[in-house]
Design a protein around this ligand. Sequence first.
Ligand code: SF4
Length: 158
Amino acid sequence: MTALKTALYLHIPFCLQRCTYCDFNTYDGLLDHRSAYVTALRREIHHRAALYPEIEATTLYFGGGTPSLLLPEWIATLIADVRRHFRLVPEAEVTLEANPGTVDVASLSALRAAGVNRLRESKAKSRVVVQSLRMGGAFGGKEVQANAFADALKGLKK
Ligand code: SF4
């Protein structure tokens, strides 16, 4: 079977509050449903992968909404599921949209450890140019990685 190389997108529809200019499919006031949503998403990943066994994921993108409202362990579980069921390639770019107000150094470090290697600011969607930062493998310890993420977010806020 020839592999069909594909980019995967996981939609995380939760936001702390709705922005008036935003027309994405997102909701506020539903944070209590995050765990159930992750469970449903895991089921969907398993189901879809069985339907499309030829797919090999080359990138994974968590968009929203505000994906950084999910706990890092949930993100880690979803990445592991995609890695297993869609054969996410080891060098894959894994992007997570993050609102700086929803992350701190500890959560960013946990996200990095979970496999997230690229951040994108979720509130920057309305801008024509969206800045991003690729996280390569050149960082040493976790603290350095976390600082790099924090620096990245500072840069994104400009
Ligand atoms: S702009 Fe971002 S934070 Fe605001 S409602 Fe849309 S997705 Fe949510």
